[in-house]
Design a binder for this molecule. Structure first.
Ligand SMILES: C[S@@+](CC[C@H](N)C(=O)[O-])C[C@H]1O[C@@H](n2cnc3c(N)ncnc32)[C@H](O)[C@@H]1O
Length: 290
């Protein structure tokens, strides 16, 4: 049954989370600038994984694949989709029934789980279902936690939110079977990437003054020091002989950080932005070392 359902999909595995900074808009530019040939694939700022799913579906990823992010709830969701898709789908169905009865109360009940002592004892399936559910019903699909680490995004305004797609979860689960999924800082690539591997970095963007005020991973969490540390990681991996690609905003600070590499300006549409004028096409950067 499962295999038949996957077989019936005439398109591949797609992101199962909405993630701020999602790369859908840049996929053709990413594809255009791929290295001609590479060994293993590493993606250390996974988020919703738009680049990974696109490259996977289009047959670009032939060897080992490693997906990394430092958000434990996000990574738990990927690992659960990989290992426990049917149990996850069953719980999501249950959540959906409760939500339909009373969206407001059910949303806040689920949101409050992380304030309870027993949260640490919840199963990975429960935590993953909560993350996916909140992601699809919260305001703008944002991921934001307060200083205590509690998820604090309010309920979004949806009449009939598209929470999950059973066939897609099964299809993603199948795709992830061949993938190593790691919760860690991006710098873990220094331990694992080898000459000839391709690493795609999509960090939280450096703000362009006056335009970006969204962010679940705030300016403080990935500020200038982190951007410099990332550039140093990029430079070390480049010396090692890895193929590297990085996306970021077109801020002068970023252009200056990567001035020794190839910088391409590409056009993208931003969807999560607090000023409506910011929703038109804007210039972003793709940096490569090849
Ligand atoms: C711009 S988003 C990636 C978006 C993703 N490419 C997509 O298509 O949805 C940045 C991601 O980096 C993660 N992140 C932030 N700081 C990190 C760090 N120091 N190491 C690893 N991941 C980090 C965040 O959790 C977030 O998922």
């Amino acid at each position: 049954m499962e295999n038949q359902e996957i077989f019936n999909r005439n398109y591949g595995a797609e992101p199962f989370l909405k993630w701020a900074g999602g790369k859908r808009q840049l996929l053709s530019a990413i594809e255009e600038h791929l290295p001609k040939k590479f060994k293993n694939y590493l993606e250390p700022f996974l988020g919703g994984g738009a680049a990974f799913f696109h490259l996977y579906n289009n047959g670009f990823l032939k060897n080992n694949m490693t997906l990394i992010d430092n958000n434990p709830e996000l990574i738990n969701s990927y690992i659960t989709v990989k290992n426990d898709a049917e149990a996850l789908i069953a719980l999501l169905e249950e959540f959906k029934r409760s939500y339909v009865e009373n969206p407001h109360d059910f949303y806040y009940e689920l949101r409050n789980w992380d304030k309870q002592d027993k949260y640490g004892k919840r199963s990975s399936v429960e935590r993953a279902a909560r993350t996916i559910f909140l992601n699809k019903t919260c305001f703008n699909g944002l991921y934001r936690v307060n200083s205590k680490g509690f998820f604090n995004v309010p309920l979004g305004r949806y009449k009939n939110p598209n929470i999950f797609n059973r066939e897609n979860i099964l299809c993603v689960s199948e795709a992830l079977k061949k993938v190593e999924i790691i919760c860690d800082d991006f710098s873990v690539c220094l331990k694992t990437a080898k000459a000839g591997d391709f690493v795609y970095f999509d960090p939280p963007y450096f703000p362009i003054s006056g335009t970006s005020c969204f962010t679940g991973y705030t300016k403080e969490e990935f500020g200038t020091e982190e951007q410099k540390k990332l550039r140093d990681t990029f430079a070390k991996l480049s010396c090692r002989g890895c193929f590297l690609m990085l996306s970021n905003s077109s801020a002068d600070f970023i252009k200056n950080l990567y001035k020794d590499f190839n910088i391409y300006e590409v056009s993208a549409k931003r969807f999560i932005n607090c000023v409506s004028e910011g929703r038109g096409p804007i210039k972003e950067l793709l940096v490569t070392n090849y």
